[in-house]
Design a protein around this ligand. Sequence first.
Ligand SMILES: *Cc1c(COP(=O)(O)O)cnc(C)c1O
Length: 427
Amino acid sequence: MQFQNTLEYARELDAQDSISSYREEFIFPQHQGNNVIYFTGNSLGLQPKSARNYVDEIMTDWANLAVEGHFSAKKPWWDYHERFSGKLAKVVGAKPAEVTVMNTLTVNLHLLMVSFYRPEGRRYKIICEEKAFPSDQYMISSQVRFHGYDPKDAIVEIKRREGENNFRTQDILATIREVGEECALILIGGVNYYTGQVLAMEEITKSGHEIGAFVGWDLAHAAGNIELKLNHWNVDFAAWCSYKYMNSGPGNASGCFINEKYHNQKDIPRFEGWWGHNKERRFLMEPEFQPENGADAWQISNAPVLALAPYLASLEMFDKVGMPALIEKRNKLVAYLEFVLHEIDKEVDSNFEIITPKNQDERGTQLSVFLHGQGRALFNYLMKNGVITDWREPNVIRLAPAPFYCSFEDMYQFGQILKKGIQEKSV
Ligand SMILES: *Cc1c(COP(=O)(O)O)cnc(C)c1O
């Protein structure tokens, strides 16, 4: 496809976009009377207009029904979380029984490690990626220490090659083979938060199983962004937050995947609570724990329905649009953004370096751009001019145009603002 860096052309792409109308379903912050250009859907997705009604429904039921709302609300609260599994299963490529929503991401990874990090004898190491998201580093390190090991010895980091921005699959597989039977668990971010690189999850999972390790994925930047086939890939477990690409609202609940292989195992170690108990008998308050079928057995507390409400509103939109349509638009939108960046780069004779892989199979919605020679002043200029992006030291901006609500015209307009920012700064 031969793209053009013109307003007419960008509008033509929007006219051809079969899911462009969904933009109207979201609330954009305003800048001088216009929607901002929102590139931080990888950090906090925009609010779906329908979210407020879902929250209001619960507030109204609470007001009118109080405790009766558990069973008599329009959407009863006691099994509210069960509305998620079928729809989320489609987003992550799982069977409905393999998916549940609860707690928050780091908390869930800790809980899942109770089941899947079971160091014993020579097998006690965890393989993760270097410079993992800080919360993951703290989590893994504290788990290792909790089991009495030294993080310096028990954590093996997969490294990038000198001077390279992305991991090579062959290097990851080599590390896995090297650690071999000392490896208890492989736990990596499926989509790297900094570069946007999508890892070869199927191959890595297979290779982890070959050495007898459990393999789990942190899908914070993957859920609602890329195609996932967790069941088919035979992943052991995964968790993701919902407030990034899933547009569920700040700090909101996490989703979990637990492979059906581990369901209904009586002896699997797990921290338990009453919401994981067989729901038919939950309120009989019996002393003996009887696990619910599937991933729901990992539930602990009764569900925070006020938080789940906007997540459900958003998830229903995902269900209507479907991941294939989102991914098709995403590929075109990101390719157009990449094109615009190259065009502007030529016009201002700057030196942008896109550190995200070029190959569409190795990237999702995010392009991370090294703005050589530019400082934080450029980022400030963008923010002042209605472009919401994020800045990581030394001078990388991450641009994640969520296909649900970003337009091709946004990409064009961003290019114009970027160009002006660089030109004005240099005069
Ligand atoms: C966003 C993100 C988190 C955030 O964790 P919370 O527990 O939801 O605060 C964790 N890990 C990764 C890789 C992330 O991108």
